[in-house]
Design a protein. Structure first.
Length: 128
């Protein structure tokens, strides 16, 4: 669940993106997996679905390779775009999902970005 006030708007990166409505200080929590709200499924559950549905689900969600689970953020965080120099990073947290935090001070109106490789569990952030 998104933990900061945001809005969806057109992105220079791709289609739509998530933009902050207020400044976010470095290290502040931005998103945390919320059971009962966000979705955590066995990836095999997608295999039985029609191809068009799988494509949509994989566009808005991802397979966390660390957990071998399909994760879908059920709020506007699903519009988060990729950056090789993101302003949000994945930090190990008190639960198995970790928590996304501001990698640096983020100005109001700035698009929030994350490195998709980090959230898919392919490569940890350098400072994790």
């Amino acid at each position: 669940m998104i933990l900061v006030p945001v809005r969806i708007d057109r992105s220079r990166i791709h289609g739509f993106g998530v933009f902050t409505d207020a400044p976010i200080p470095a290290g502040s929590p931005v998103w945390r997996f919320t059971p009962g709200f966000d979705l955590d499924l066995d990836p095999a559950a997608l295999d039985a679905q029609p191809e068009h549905f799988r494509k949509v689900m994989l566009h808005y969600g991802y397979i966390d390779l660390r957990l071998n689970r399909f994760i879908l953020c059920c709020d506007d965080y699903r519009f988060m775009n990729h950056s090789d120099a993101p302003n949000v990073r994945v930090k190990p947290g008190p639960d198995r999902y970790g928590i996304d935090v501001a990698a640096r001070d983020i100005a109001a109106g700035e698009e929030l970005t994350v490195n998709y490789q980090w959230i898919e569990g392919r490569r940890p952030p350098a400072d994790a």
